[in-house]
Design a binder for this molecule. Structure first.
Ligand SMILES: CCCCCCCCC/C=C/C(=O)SCCNC(=O)CCNC(=O)[C@H](O)C(C)(C)COP(=O)(O)OP(=O)(O)OC[C@H]1O[C@@H](n2cnc3c(N)ncnc32)[C@H](O)[C@@H]1OP(=O)(O)O
Ligand SMILES: NC(=O)C1=CN([C@@H]2O[C@H](COP(=O)(O)OP(=O)(O)OC[C@H]3O[C@@H](n4cnc5c(N)ncnc54)[C@H](OP(=O)(O)O)[C@@H]3O)[C@@H](O)[C@H]2O)C=CC1
Length: 293
């Protein structure tokens, strides 16, 4: 299947996501509650809408209330149960309030997709200490506060016997590094390491912890990259196309649902083979690496 960048963008609207084909059955998450961070746009919105289509009650969080409200309004108009809880995941007390709101609303939680994140492209040698700290805080600390609070929630409110709780952390592909975003690769490698560790520590609580590593995916998040880099992005994998938010969402659902019940501590890479072949210069291609001609 070939998808142009323009087609991938068209597939990122709420209407297209709601209508998109999915392999999952409509009642997969009936009676269950999912939390998706960064649910106001991109991969998070696609995942939240897919959970809702599959019968889950869904809480979405992010820093910008308007983006969250638009998703909730869209989903409720189609019969879904969804709430928006504006939250900066870097602030532990806001994370605390988020979990309190979910508990007050539904008294239950089954799945967390920790998708909120972001960075800026720059050659690493020029990072300011404040910039490095901001990216680490967003992607390592923020995701950690969410994971840890979720585990504490399940320790206090165990799910019925035989039902596992699931955390999916959306990271980046770390195997080859990624020029221009060393700060985020460091943060996400930290989350992968923490996930593998707590997958063992939290198994006695019935909690599975996995990661999804998207390759280049056509979302509004790409707007922070230089046009030269964005032009080259779709060529960064053997399929020579960007992934779609729905393709990443279906991976998150696979790990969150009973299909993932024997999977923990794993990283599911969804990148069209990008970690095997392809170049991704997020801050533009340096002169040294330019090809002749
Ligand atoms: C292999 C295949 C895989 C393929 C994988 C492909 C990966 C590429 C595609 C990835 C796509 C995505 O992740 S899409 C998601 C992208 N979306 C985003 O990244 C948006 C969210 N980003 C952010 O919020 C910001 O970038 C974040 C870094 C966290 C900044 O948060 P804050 O609000 O705390 O920070 P700010 O006040 O804005 O900035 C703090 C400092 O950071 C530095 N800073 C911030 N922006 C800067 C910039 N553009 N250039 C230089 N420096 C900057 C400065 O030092 C700032 O200090 P001052 O100088 O004092 O101001
Ligand atoms: N698109 C891609 O090619 C790839 C994306 N990823 C990762 O996937 C995830 C989703 O990105 P994508 O959908 O593409 O881009 P988006 O920019 O659309 O999504 C990021 C979301 O995270 C939210 N967010 C960011 N920081 C915080 C915070 N501190 N607290 C709460 N919410 C926050 C943003 O909302 P708000 O600003 O309102 O808070 C936004 O809705 C990110 O972690 C990204 O790094 C990984 C690899 C590739």
């Amino acid at each position: 299947m070939s998808t142009t960048p323009e087609q991938a963008e068209q597939q990122n609207t709420p209407e297209a996501l709601w209508a998109a084909e999915t392999v999952y059955r409509p009642d997969l998450f009936a009676g269950k509650v999912a939390l998706v961070s960064g649910g106001g746009s991109g991969i998070g919105r696609a995942t939240a809408l897919l959970f809702a289509r599959l019968g889950a009650k869904v809480a979405i969080c992010g820093r910008t209330a308007e983006k969250l409200d638009a998703v909730v309004e869209f989903a409720r108009a189609r019969g879904a149960e969804m709430i928006a809880v504006p939250t900066n995941v870097r602030e532990p007390e806001q994370v605390e309030a988020l979990f309190a709101r979910i508990d007050d609303t539904w008294g239950r939680l089954d799945c967390v997709v920790n998708n909120a994140g972001g960075q800026y492209p720059q050659q690493a040698i020029d990072y300011a200490p404040k910039g490095w700290a901001a990216v680490i805080n967003n992607n390592l600390n923020g995701s950690w506060y969410m994971m840890q609070r979720a585990a504490q929630y399940w320790r206090e409110h165990p799910l019925p016997t035989g039902v596992s709780a699931s955390i999916v952390n959306v990271v980046v592909v770390t195997e080859r590094g990624m020029p221009g975003v060393a700060h985020t690769v460091a943060a996400r490698a930290g989350i992968i390491g923490a996930s593998r560790t707590v997958a063992v520590e939290w198994a006695p609580l019935g909690i599975r912890v996995n990661c999804v590593a998207p390759g280049l995916t056509a979302t509004e998040g790409l707007s922070v990259y230089p046009p030269e880099a964005v032009r080259e992005f779709p060529l960064a994998n053997p399929m020579k196309r960007p992934g779609t938010a729905m393709e990443i969402a279906e991976g998150c659902i696979y790990l969150s649902a009973s299909s993932g019940r024997f999977i923990t501590g794993e990283v599911l890479t969804i990148d069209g083979g990008g970690k095997l072949w392809g170049e991704l210069w997020t801050a533009g291609r340096p002169e040294y690496y330019k090809l002749p001609g």
